[in-house]
Design a binder for this molecule. Structure first.
Ligand code: EPZ
Length: 430
């Protein structure tokens, strides 16, 4: 079992580049199924979740060619009817549910395992199904799978009870090939929605209003191939900015779209840190004395991202006062608190709110990552803590961060990836 050994206390300094966005890549790879023509996607990050999505498409009989070093992915789903998705593969990652819209649009029928809840919550898909049903799809739940079929999708007026990112993406993708116009109200406005819409339009779709709560999609008869480059990962960027500040360092983070990080920048400045744009695609983050305690509430974009909540909590654990974090998006996204408290943090949970009593320091400890962003939070805490932290559960970290330990080491972090095999080999001389 791989683990990271982190000896904290070194300020991170230097320049680091952000990879392509995981949460843009996953829906865009799924959207490649909307055409039988060749699709080339650039800047695709080499992540566990991307590899899983590639395997899902290959299981459908799609030809996929991925060059991780260059970040280029080529998809040709071809004209033969797409095979049924591999249930085991799809159930491994919730984002696989994003093939629902494309398969309904192209095959007019699909059976997909209901995505299980995961570490951070039950995560239902009722809004996905309600929107697609409004477009003429019929669904049944059979043996834990969603079985859907349609005589042909047609445009509809849809209002989302919650601005769900995934539901917005599934409905938008399906609507590109529906007969007529779809108006989606109370849609998610995340940058990844805009990136998906731009990708769809590059294939010949007609999507207007992405990035606003009202998206209009004119269905077309077919979509064609394209070459498209995805946006940088704003959550990885925010994680790296926080790494610079929590270690008392000074970082330049490159390949960033500062507009995507306004909420984080505002909160970090309120906490007294230095955060500034140093170019059209770069930001600087530096510590500026003791972090002040602040109150934080997650919200749909452009509010503070739930995906940066655990990482910000690690910083708050070292602040000079008492701050609070309210998690409004997921009902169980505080599982990193146990590990932080093992490192000396003083954090209490009251329902959806965490009360964080800042401490002068944290101390390294063996901790287990509970989920993707919780892994990042514990890693940040380990970089700032005195002594050694051993972080296990790295399969969570690898889902969303590519070779993060190498990039952090290049900035001065004392961090080492240890795999059980190497230790075993040493002991047995194997
Ligand atoms: C996307 O998940 C992201 N994942 C998540 O990032 C992110 O946290 C989330 O959006 C919110 O921003 C990808 O893009 C691959 P939602 P998604 O549908 O689409 C409820 C990460 O760390 N809901 O916006 O699954 C749901 O239970 C991941 O990179 C319904 O009730 O999120 C949740 O409470 C974690 N019914 C809330 O909405 C539905 O049909 C937000 O879910 C759908 C969602």
């Amino acid at each position: 079992m791989d683990r990271l050994l982190i000896r904290g206390g070194t300020p991170l300094r230097g320049r680091v580049k952000v990879n392509g966005s995981k949460n843009a890549a996953l829906p865009i790879i799924a959207a490649a199924l909307l055409t039988g023509d060749r699709v080339i996607i650039e800047e695709v990050p080499d992540l566990l979740d991307v590899r899983t999505m590639i395997a899902v498409l290959e299981g459908l009989g799609t030809a996929v060619d991925y060059h991780p070093e260059g970040g280029r992915l080529r998809v040709v789903s071809g004209d033969p009817p797409l095979a049924a998705p591999h249930a085991r593969l799809v159930s491994r990652m919730r984002a696989s549910f994003l093939i629902l819209g494309p398969l309904l649009a192209r095959k007019k029928e699909v059976s997909l395992p209901l995505p299980g809840g995961c570490a951070i919550g039950t995560r239902p898909v009722d809004l996905h199904l309600k929107g697609l049903a409004a477009m003429g799809a019929e669904f049944a739940i059979v043996n834990g799978a969603v079985v859907g079929r349609t005589a042909g999708l047609r445009g509809a007026q849809i209002y989302l009870d919650f601005p769900s990112v995934g539901a917005t993406e599934n409905i938008m993708m399906a609507a590109t090939l529906a007969c007529g116009t779809t108006i989606l109200e109370n849609a998610a406005t995340e940058p990844e929605i805009v990136d998906l819409a731009n990708f769809l339009n590059s294939m010949g779709a007609s999507v207007v209003g992405a990035g606003t709560p009202r998206i209009r999609i004119e269905g077309v008869s077919a979509l064609g191939g394209t070459r498209y480059s995805i946006i940088p990962d704003r959550i990885e960027a925010g994680t790296l900015l926080l790494a610079g500040i929590i270690t008392g360092g000074d970082l330049i983070v490159e390949n960033v779209l500062p507009d995507h990080l306004k909420a984080l920048k505002a909160k970090l400045m309120e906490a007294g840190a230095i955060v500034e744009e140093v170019g059209p695609a770069a930001m600087r983050a530096a510590a500026n004395g003791l972090t002040a305690a602040v109150d934080l509430k997650t919200a749909p974009y452009p509010g503070f991202s739930t995906d940066l909540q655990p990482q910000f909590m690690a910083l708050l654990a070292l602040s000079g006062g008492i701050g609070t974090i309210t998690e409004t998006i997921f009902e169980n996204r505080f599982r990193h608190i146990e590990g932080l408290n093992r490192m000396g943090a003083q954090i209490q949970v009251e329902g959806r709110r965490a009360i964080v009593r800042g401490q002068p320091s944290l101390s390294g400890a063996p901790v287990i990552a509970p989920d993707l962003r919780g892994a990042a939070a514990l890693l940040l805490a380990g970089l700032a803590a005195g002594g050694e932290t051993e972080l296990c559960g790295l399969e969570h970290l690898w889902r969303g961060y590519g070779r993060l330990e190498e990039r952090l080491a290049s900035l001065g972090a004392r961090i080492e990836l240890v795999s059980e095999e190497s230790e075993w080999a040493m002991q047995t001389g194997g």
